[in-house]
Write a protein that binds this ligand. Structure first.
Ligand code: FAD
Length: 434
């Protein structure tokens, strides 16, 4: 009998996890097609290569011989068309490539919002290996790049600011919201990070939108104009980091139904039989609880890959990501979130905020008013245990149980025990006052 051929477009965390798990479960033929790099690498660690903490090869979790040993075929090529009637892909070279089952795991691209000058030399995003190479070329030091302007105050923008700062390149950072990442973070945390970014000598401009990117006669960036003030900031590099969106342009003429991303059901099936989508490019038709329909985070790509491997190997499984969590780092301050903490507590919910006197550590909890059910926590500068919060969310613990037992969640009891008493005391005092 002919071996089933599974073709995966994209060799990121979603595609590679899927391939590994199919191989664990079956003998199917598997091909991973990707245009960006021959081998899988950790996208989340791109910044450390520029900062000199790692070399490119350190980003590759598997040795180069791993792929052959596990019979995972790799093809470095760009897919330009998907013909689902004939079950064939067209590659940029013109080659046609057949599949029995197709998995789209093609990730995200940087957003651009039609700004004048956005395609000029010197404008880049921070998503791909090629972006990193371009950054190295355009901003090797502060002689070649005298100033960079970053547009878009999210997780990738702050990483880019940190990267440039390590090479002493002055940075102006335009953030549309009144405080950093304030469309996601409540005011208190957003202000804490504003201060921290400024402590690192970043010229942070809040409530500031990009109007246009100015170029010289050679079409190279020479500055940006800020919409609110008409101020022109001279610069050699513009980092566009106003979020990412699914990388689905090459599917626009296919029969696969798209919205922002590739629309999928809970089994990660698209509108076309034998075609699936996972990772950053997949969009749930029916979002799961409060989760975004497109989840552009590392661990959900991995979970979708693991789940779909089961389905493709005869054990149909729904994607069930569990409770929301995430983590990141803003210069020196680590951030974790478990459950849901909204910028403002929703109707019927309230919150508790504690900040250490050094202004670099805080926790913010949201909970239901009547039942006092714990809904979520943000922590900055204090590392807490994922499994403990996952358990409390599943058990629908009250905020009182969470605060009283905070020590169970301590990642490093020795280091953090002295904050705990203070947090409990502040919580009790506030509760007594209500
Ligand atoms: C700088 C940065 C930092 C991040 N930090 C974090 C973090 O700290 N925590 C976190 O949870 N998430 C983080 N993320 C997000 C996380 O990296 C992504 O969610 C994850 O990598 C997505 O994986 P994926 O497998 O869906 O797609 P990708 O890793 O994007 O892989 C898709 C691949 O498909 C290729 N491809 C696309 N179209 C085609 C085509 N037509 N033909 C051939 N190949 C194609 C792409 O070139 C790419 O190589 C970060 C992202 C960036 C950019």
């Amino acid at each position: 009998m002919k071996q089933e051929h599974i073709v995966i477009i994209g060799n990121g965390i979603a595609g590679v996890t899927l391939a590994r798990h199919i191989r664990k479960l079956s003998d199917k033929r598997i091909t991973l097609i990707s245009s960006e790099s021959e081998h899988f690498f950790s996208r989340t660690a791109l910044m450390y290569v520029y900062m000199g903490h790692m070399k490119w090869d350190h980003l590759k979790p598997y040795e180069d011989k791993f792929w052959k040993k596990n019979r995972l075929e790799l093809k470095q090529a760009y897919v330009t068309e998907v013909n689902t009637d004939q079950k064939r892909l067209k590659l940029e070279s013109g080659e046609l490539f057949a599949y029995d089952k197709l998995v789209i795991a093609c990730g995200s691209k940087s957003n651009k919002f039609g700004w004048p000058g956005q395609d000029a030399k010197g404008v880049l995003g921070l998503v791909s290996k090629q972006d990193l190479e371009e950054l190295e070329e355009l901003a090797p030091n502060n002689q070649v790049c005298k100033r960079a302007v970053i547009v878009g105050g999210g997780l990738i923008g702050v990483e880019l600011a940190e990267m440039l700062a390590t090479r002493n390149i002055p940075v102006t950072f335009l953030v549309r919201e009144p405080h950093f990442w304030n469309n996601v973070l409540p005011d208190e945390e957003a202000k804490l990070i504003d201060r921290h970014i400024r402590e690192h000598h970043i010229d942070l401009r809040l409530s500031s939108n990009l109007d246009e990117i100015l170029t010289d006669e050679q079409g190279k960036v020479k500055g940006v104009k800020i919409k609110e003030t008409d101020e022109v900031v001279d610069c050699d590099v513009v980092g566009l980091t106003p979020g990412v969106s699914p990388n689905v342009e090459f599917l626009k003429n296919s029969a696969i139904e798209l919205n922002r991303g590739v629309l999928v059901n809970r089994h990660l099936e698209t509108s076309v039989t034998d075609v699936y989508a996972i990772g950053d490019c997949a969009e749930q038709r029916e979002p799961i609880g409060n989760r975004p329909a497109v989840e552009a985070v590392w661990y959900t790509g991995r979970m979708m890959g693991e789940t779909l491997a089961q389905t493709l190997c005869g054990n149909p499984m729904e994607y069930k990501p569990g409770h929301w969590f995430n983590s990141a780092k803003f210069f020196d301050i680590e951030y974790q979130t478990y459950g849901w903490v909204f910028p403002k507590p929703p109707e019927g919910h309230t919150d508790f905020y504690w900040e250490h006197e050094d202004g670099k550590k805080c926790i913010h909890i949201q909970y239901e008013k009547g039942s006092r059910q714990f809904k979520g926590i943000n922590t900055f500068g204090i590392r807490l245990r994922h499994e403990v919060f996952d358990h409390w969310l599943t058990q629908k613990a009250t905020v009182d149980e969470v605060i009283d037992n905070l020590k169970l969640a301590n990642f490093d009891p020795e280091f953090y025990k002295h904050y705990e008493n203070e947090i409990i005391n502040v919580f009790r005092t506030q509760k007594a006052e209500v």
